[in-house]
Design a protein around this ligand. Structure first.
Ligand code: DGL
Length: 267
């Protein structure tokens, strides 16, 4: 038993979708969340830069005495998961493997689409994760770089977003995928438009719930889950810039539990 908090980080606010899933699956655990709003987006940045940022945040989280780290960002998972797993003295969980597992479970025709940032798709991380679980599956990847700014603008149901989704996703329709991994923190907010474009019969995989389950398993395996507590746990939310915007937009992801935001700076 260990009452230390869980560290979670993302390039910005999108990883709050993973925090919501963690709060649901592990209601007694405290979360310390870092959103790197000063340096978002990670999607178009080089692997070296994303690794450097991820290392800085993981180091800071370890200083807060976290007992596990969840990389809620697909791009950071794609580039930095293995390195942080080697370097950190606590379990480090990413979102790619859980998403791949859910996709392999869902597919019936072994044709799986993956959408994400350019960094995530170019890294091949989902392709490798799916191949390791289902060597016969065919994986189709598509980078959708404009989706993140559209979500940040709140254009989740805008005609321009629909047009862009059609441009990005027609190849998925032509490829007859029956399962599509939403391999980016922001894409679950576009799920209704994405489902309209690819067809309602395509299963959309959001890795958040599966990642929370992987965290729960990791805590149980190591016997470091929190004991039941009185009242609701107190979470901390840290942004590296613009905390007011983080709070306002973040509440769209997670609701009123996000009532105060601290700031910190990574040199
Ligand atoms: N959090 C990123 C991801 O899941 C999306 C936003 C960004 O590009 O930083 O890949």
């Amino acid at each position: 038993m260990n009452d230390a908090p869980i560290g979670v980080f993302d390039s910005g606010i999108g990883g709050l979708t993973v925090v919501a899933a963690i709060m649901h699956a592990l209601p007694h655990e405290r979360v310390v969340y870092v959103g790197d709003t000063a340096r978002v987006p990670y999607g178009p940045k080089s692997p070296e830069t994303v690794v450097r940022y991820s290392r800085q945040i993981a180091t800071w989280l370890l200083e807060q005495q976290v007992k596990a780290i969840v990389i809620a960002c697909n791009t950071a998972t794609a580039h930095a998961l293995e390195l942080l797993q080697r370097e950190c003295p606590v379990p480090v969980i990413g979102v790619v493997q859980p998403g791949a597992r859910a996709a392999v479970r869902a597919t019936r025709n072994a044709r799986i689409g993956v959408i994400g940032t350019s960094g995530t798709i170019n890294s091949g991380a989902y392709h490798r994760a799916i191949a390791s679980l289902a060597p016969d599956a065919t994986v189709f990847g598509a980078a959708c770089p404009l989706f993140v700014p559209l979500v940040e603008e709140g254009w989740v149901d805008h005609p321009a977003t629909r047009l862009i989704a059609e441009t990005y996703l027609h190849a998925m329709r032509d490829a007859h995928v029956d399962t599509l991994v939403l391999g980016c923190t922001h894409y679950p907010l576009l799920a209704p438009i994405i489902a309209d474009v690819v067809g309602r019969d395509v299963t959309l995989v959001d890795s958040a719930a599966e990642t929370a389950n992987a965290l729960r398993d990791a805590l149980q395996d190591r016997a470091i889950a929190t004991s039941a507590i009185e009242g609701a746990p107190v979470h901390r939310f840290i942004a590296t810039d613009a905390p007011d915007t983080f709070r306002r937009v973040g509440q769209r992801f997670i609701g009123p539990v996000l009532d105060s935001v601290e700031t910190t700076v990574f040199a």
